[in-house]
Design a protein around this ligand. Structure first.
Ligand code: UDP
Length: 477
């Protein structure tokens, strides 16, 4: 232990959901690769899933003595579905159960017998604002990471301004009205692009209060990590820098990790899936023509109605294109789906498509046969698609997904946004036109590759982060 004193020990605490765990595990590996010792703290629920469905132990065994996995309760029963419409319930449990446990863990300084002490720096998801309070209490520097899109983070930061300007009122009456109180998004942001919890226009809504309050917290942190790159969101980042000047834009994290591992000749195929990946779809893709398949997935949290799913399915079938659909067993609203919709669709799909419960998405998007992605616009999915030059059809559900869809179509020109319209004719039309955006999608992918390569902005920012963890953040604030 004595010889380990004076060395950095970083505690990483992700939001316990699939997308954030995916990207923060990539960050953990990037930092291990740079020689930093890490405790990766997840909830018991996530812990059991990572051990059951991923190769996390072997993956990190290539960094001997540099990685330990620890867990803490999320305060929910094991069989709780933890789906997107239950977010407030989850936040309540994290605040009332996880927060005191985290405080006890950190103030006792005892992370268990296998741990190297003490923690010298914390990287936590900024939406878990209590981690900043605890870090301040124990005098340890804290760097926030926000795993949603920076364009949405900026909207959250501007919620007080939106409320003050009365721009959250009468949402449903004029969803195409432009919103003017988010600097940097003038002429882009419409009311329909705001998170859906803003639509009723009630500024006292608990979700509005929560996201507004927690997003202001970033200015209390020593730094802010964003999973993006400067060339993608430069103008907006300059606004976020006013709240938190010490910004580390080091994304896209998955591509950054892939690039750095390749430079060390280390194999990159690893996953952080909470479900069993069905790799049989890769063999199906191998049999398809290049750029001929539409990949469809709505991520890990969204639930749709059976009618919506059927409209999408008819649209896909009518387009005449082949498709691969990753459809979770729990992704159709319960009251709409007694016998499991996937089985029903699978039967009607045999000729034109392939349906799986959970796909190895990064590998799917990298496959030659995939020509477009019909996505719910989760930030990880968007970045994964951008990096492979795959144009998108956007059908957003909640949180950052609405503004992400808008940026995909209007700002980056790498996809089409069909938000609020889910009918078979629209799906068919978009499927037929989306591939016209391939050229722009490929140019954006090239920008992402440049950002994470030696000399690129994200590459340089990660080196700066590592250096700061090693020196600036080693001895308290
Ligand atoms: N994902 C996957 N297989 C699937 C669907 C999703 O591996 O069948 C992964 C996807 O690659 C992404 C994550 O799950 O990294 C979903 O995160 P995202 O931010 O896109 O959406 P969320 O699930 O948070 O809504």
């Amino acid at each position: 232990m004595a010889e380990q004193q004076g060395l950095p020990h970083l505690l990483i605490f992700p939001l316990p959901l699939q997308g954030p765990v995916n990207s923060m595990l990539k960050l953990a590996e990037l930092l291990c690769l740079s020689g930093i010792y890490i405790t990766f703290l997840v909830t018991d629920h996530v812990h059991s899933r990572l051990l059951r469905f991923t190769d996390i132990q072997t993956r990190f065994s290539r960094y001997p003595g540099r990685f330990r996995l620890d867990s803490i309760s999320d305060g929910l029963p094991e069989d709780h579905p933890r789906l997107g419409h239950q977010l407030m319930e989850m936040f309540h449990a994290w605040e009332t159960v996880t927060k005191p446990l985290f405080r006890r863990m950190m103030t006792s300084g005892d992370l268990g017998p296998d741990s190297r002490s003490p923690v010298t720096c914390i990287i936590a998801d900024g939406i878990l604002g209590f981690t900043i309070d605890v870090a301040k209490e124990i005098g340890v520097p804290v760097i926030c990471i926000r795993t949603i899109s920076p364009c949405c983070l900026w909207i959250f930061c501007c919620l007080p301004k939106l409320i003050q300007a009365g721009e959250l009122r009468s949402q449903e009456t004029d969803l195409d009205a432009l919103v003017s109180s988010v600097p940097g998004m003038e002429g882009i942001l419409r009311r329909r692009d705001l998170p859906t919890f803003c639509r009723p226009g009630n500024s006292a809504d608990p979700m509005i209060q929560l996201f507004s309050r927690e997003s202001q917290q970033i200015s209390r942190a020593n730094g802010l990590i964003l999973n993006t790159f400067e060339d993608l969101e430069g103008p907006l980042l300059s606004h976020i820098r006013k709240l938190c000047p010490n910004l580390y834009t080091i994304g896209p994290l998955h591509l950054h990790l892939k690039t750095r591992l390749a430079a060390e000749s280390i194999s990159t195929a690893s996953s952080a899936s909470f479900r069993k990946e069905d790799k049989s779809c890769l063999a199906w893709l191998d049999k398809q023509e290049p750029k001929s398949v539409i990949y469809v997935s709505f991520g890990s949290l969204a639930t749709a109605s059976k009618d919506q799913i059927m409209e999408i399915w008819h649209g896909l079938v009518n387009s005449g294109k082949r498709f691969l659909w990753a459809i979770r067993g729990d992704s159709v609203a319960e009251h709409d789906c007694k016998g499991g919709i996937a089985a029903e669709l699978r039967q009607g799909t045999a000729e034109k498509g392939c349906i799986v419960d959970w796909a190895p998405q990064e590998e799917v998007l990298a496959h030659d046969a995939v020509g477009a992605f019909l996505t719910h616009c989760g930030w990880n999915s968007i970045l994964e698609s951008i990096c492979e030059g795959v144009p998108m059809i956007c059908w957003p559900f909640f949180l950052d997904q609405h503004i992400n869809g808008r940026f995909v179509e209007k700002v980056w020109n790498v996809g089409l946004d069909m938000k609020d319209v889910c009918d078979r004719r629209m799906v068919e039309k978009m499927v037929k036109h989306v591939m016209e955006l391939m050229g722009c999608a490929e140019r954006t992918a090239e920008m992402a590759r440049r950002a994470v390569s030696r000399g690129g902005s994200s590459h340089g920012n990660l080196d700066r982060l590592v250096e700061d963890i090693r020196s600036k953040y080693l001895n308290g604030n």
